[in-house]
Design a protein around this ligand. Structure first.
Ligand SMILES: [Zn+2]
Length: 314
């Protein structure tokens, strides 16, 4: 029984990712990319909801944090914005219009679609990596990204808890690079879908193990460190999908000897309401001054080891 359970730990992440990708491939083959994406994403949320109930990674994260409404509002707001942008770019000829003038002739269009998507993911990931890293290391951008990190638990439901400015910034770093490189619409759709699948899986509160996959992909195991309040762990693992750029630029972090911290969040104050969270980054200094615990995240000296006590892996 124990052995089966251990095998299941390794099974779930690749199984869910492969199933989502297979569904997406089927939809793309029938020219139903956006519809298939939405149906697959919804099905994935249902499966994650059940798995979080029956095999949680942190039982403490099963308690409500009272942020369900803001989480849902941020998710709807940003998901709609991203999809409108991706559909506009891929369905109305924007990709061909711009890409044809620049990288269109250089794009490896004779490669199999899988290889083109892999190549597209690598290019987009470079932009996503720097968008994310800057958001942690440059205070004006951190103010927006702090909304995401203010979550005190990780679960599938708060995957989309991003300030819309933070989301727009990430899109600006990733999509134009793809378009200018000459990536066709189907590759952009694939990269967007994969980023969403990776995103919801990295935030889920499900007991899983990853082995060597941790050296290729951004897994929940790696991303839980990224939400640590200890900045020696939290300002690491910036990759959204792949960890290549983290490995190359020295921001990869994993420690198999202990569990990532269960107590996560930010040191700064964050309003509890959706509108408050939308407004706070624009009035950051005043808001922090009027709150109990002002602090500046990008300051590397502001580390805390309080949550760094080793805990057994299981
Ligand atoms: Zn982050």
């Amino acid at each position: 029984m124990k052995r089966t359970d251990a095998l299941l730990d390794y099974f779930w992440w690749p199984a869910l990712m492969l199933t989502a990708c297979s569904a997406m491939a089927l939809g793309m083959a029938h020219d139903r990319g956006p519809l298939t994406f939405n149906l697959t994403y919804l099905a994935l949320t249902a499966v994650l909801f059940v798995l979080e109930k029956i095999r949680p990674h942190e039982t403490a994260w099963q308690e409500s944090d009272g942020q369900e409404l803001p989480d849902l509002a941020h998710t709807l707001f940003t998901k709609i914005a991203v999809q409108v942008a991706v559909i506009a770019i891929t369905q109305f000829g924007v990709a061909q219009q711009f890409g044809g003038h620049t990288g269109g002739r250089l794009w490896p269009s004779t490669w199999p679609v899988v290889a083109q998507v892999g190549f597209g993911l690598l290019i987009a990931e470079f932009g996503l990596y720097w968008a994310h890293r800057l958001a942690h290391e440059w205070l004006p951008l951190w103010r927006f990204h702090a909304v995401h990190h203010s979550s005190e638990k990780l679960w599938f439901f708060n995957t989309g808890r991003f300030h819309f400015v933070d989301t727009l910034k990430s899109m600006l770093f990733a999509i134009p690079v793809l378009v200018l490189a000459g990536a066709p619409g189907n590759v952009i759709t694939w990269v967007s879908a994969l980023t969403a699948f990776f995103g919801i899986l990295t935030h889920c509160n499900i007991r899983m193990r990853f082995g060597w996959l941790n050296y290729l992909f951004n897994t929940p195991g790696l991303h839980r460190w990224h939400h640590s309040m200890d900045l020696r762990e939290g300002n690491k693992n910036y990759g959204e999908n792949l960890v290549l750029w983290d490995l190359l630029f020295g921001t990869y972090f994993d420690d198999s000897r202990r569990r990532p911290p269960a107590r996560i969040g930010i040191r700064e104050a964050m309003p509890k309401t959706f509108l408050g969270q939308i407004w706070a980054p624009f009035d950051w200094e005043n808001y922090q001054a009027s709150s109990a615990s002002p602090a500046t995240r990008p300051d590397q000296s502001a580390t805390t080891a309080s949550d760094n006590t080793p805990r057994p892996v299981r």
